[in-house]
Design a protein around this ligand. Structure first.
Ligand code: 3PG
Length: 191
């Protein structure tokens, strides 16, 4: 297994990853059912409020066999241990400080660390990472910045999120170094 426990393979299976921050309990099952109806079999649930952890537990317990459950906004060891206890499918972090990469290198869950600069990428590479979240993508230079990254580090592949939407996601997906994209716009779309 590669250093990131197969995260690249997961991204290849899911071209668009809905990033969801649940703020009430009653929307959880409805949202997951909407995704499943649209044949979107992946969700990233962020850890950003008091509902988050219960949402992760519920979705992985009840829908884990139908949908790949990722946990986002993972920022410390406690969050990683929570993910391990809940057998989630992948971990996403907004940044990649060395302390977090050290913890992540000890988990068996696939993980996707966030970067927004050349220094971040070089630091993540030092820890053996080659598949990264580019966040916040639009604010950090968007498509043009990713082209620049490809010129410098053509081994590194990205999942841009943050400001990606229905108007620009195809531009991102057309890039050589982009495997998939993530964002909150996906569950707002009508279908
Ligand atoms: C996030 O972490 O908030 C996601 O990347 C979603 O960003 P978006 O709301 O701009 O899609």
């Amino acid at each position: 297994m590669d250093k990131q426990n197969g995260i690249r393979h997961i991204l290849f299976q899911h071209e668009v990853i809905p990033v969801v921050t649940f703020s009430t309990f009653d929307q959880i099952e409805h949202t997951v059912n909407q995704l499943l109806k649209r044949e979107i079999k992946c969700i990233e649930i962020t850890l950003r409020n008091e509902v988050s952890r219960k949402a992760v537990s519920l979705v992985s317990e009840k829908y884990g066999h139908q949908i790949s459950v990722g946990v986002g906004t993972v920022i410390n060891l406690d969050d990683i241990q929570f993910c391990e206890l809940n057998n989630v499918d992948f971990i996403v972090s907004p940044g990649s400080p060395s302390y977090l990469l050290k913890y992540l290198n000890n988990t068996s869950i696939p993980f996707l660390p966030g970067v927004s600069t050349i220094n971040d990428i070089m630091n993540a590479m030092e820890y053996g990472c080659d598949t990264l979240k580019f966040f916040p993508a639009e604010l950090s230079g968007g498509v043009n910045m990713l082209k620049q990254f490809n010129g410098l580090f053509n081994r590194i592949k990205f999942c841009p999120t943050g400001g990606v939407n229905e108007f620009n996601y195809q531009d991102y997906l057309s890039l050589e170094n982009v495997i998939s994209v993530g964002g909150s716009w996906i569950i707002k779309e009508k279908k």
